[in-house]
Design a protein around this ligand. Structure first.
Ligand SMILES: Cc1cc2nc3c(=O)[nH]c(=O)nc-3n(C[C@H](O)[C@H](O)[C@H](O)COP(=O)(O)OP(=O)(O)OC[C@H]3O[C@@H](n4cnc5c(N)ncnc54)[C@H](O)[C@@H]3O)c2cc1C
Length: 239
């Protein structure tokens, strides 16, 4: 069954040289770079804050800024990432880097609310216009179509950058794509959660020992549906 809706004229809300869809790390970097280069830029985000999976999904850590170079971990991603890290550091919202998976990978945890704040600051300083609570739903004739609290609107642009994490805009503009393995299977998700009221002395180096503790618990009869636990020591030691 279908409902036939009447044709309508969609008001043009804004016109910019660069239209960025999505306010995750990719969108923050793309919009900041465009704004700093003097391009009139708008970033469209469905939620009321920036950060993407890093804030909305509670990842709470950067895993990818560092790499093992000749046996030692170094930060190898710089540019706008440096600005994010420096601002978080200045707010006391960045933990020291931690290693995981037997020392193979280094990551760095941050306070999620602080990340939202510094991302706002970086984009506003780059003169980027932010449009929150706007769900992009399509593309038509040089316009991104968005649904907002005030209704459907169009944003005219000269250049569009798809940072939706899902390739939404690229798909609407006709880019070929495939989903999962073609049999209905997608990348499995992780469940991130935050524990408050932790006694740091009792928790000790749980970050490094949790996998071993789970193995011990399994040997004692417990069964876990998922292995490979990841524990992120937060900037606030009671989290
Ligand atoms: C299970 C899993 C665990 C991970 N764990 C970690 C980790 O611990 N540490 C780490 O650093 N990385 C981790 N990653 C990787 C990390 O999530 C990605 O590298 C990163 O989020 C990619 O950034 P992005 O900006 O491309 O997309 P996203 O972070 O997904 O941001 C996309 C943004 O676009 C918005 N958006 C999407 N569609 C629309 C639309 N139609 N209209 C309006 N807005 C829209 C979303 O709301 C979101 O804010 C993990 C990934 C997965 C899948």
């Amino acid at each position: 069954m279908f409902v036939r809706e009447p044709q309508r004229d969609t008001p043009v809300l804004a016109e910019h040289e660069v239209v960025v869809l999505g306010g995750g790390p990719a969108g923050i970097a793309a919009a900041a770079a465009a704004g700093r280069a003097g391009r009139s830029t708008i970033l469209v985000e469905r939620y009321g804050f920036l950060g993407g999976a890093g804030t909305a999904a509670g990842l709470a850590n950067f895993c990818g800024l560092h790499a093992k170079v000749h046996g030692e971990h170094h930060q190898v991603v710089h540019g706008i990432a440096d600005d994010v890290v420096a601002r978080l550091q200045a707010l006391g919202a960045l933990a020291a880097p931690h290693v995981l998976f037997g020392g193979r990978i280094q990551a760095q945890a941050y306070d999620v609310s602080a990340y939202k704040l510094v991302a706002d600051q970086i984009l506003l300083a780059a003169n980027v216009r932010l449009l929150f609570h706007a769900l992009a739903v399509g593309y038509r004739d040089g316009h991104l179509l968005v649904e907002t609290k005030s209704g459907r609107r169009a944003i005219r642009g000269r250049m569009f950058i798809d940072c939706s994490g899902d390739g939404d805009l690229a798909a609407w503009m006709g880019a070929p794509y495939e989903v999962g393995d073609g049999k209905g299977n997608m990348l499995y998700p992780s469940t991130m959660y935050r524990i408050g009221g932790v006694d740091p002395a009792k928790a000790g180096n749980a970050c490094e020992t949790i996998a071993q503790r789970m193995e011990e618990a399994e040997r004692a009869g417990r069964r876990f549906p998922r292995k490979k636990p990841i524990l992120r020591p937060q900037p606030n030691p009671v989290e």
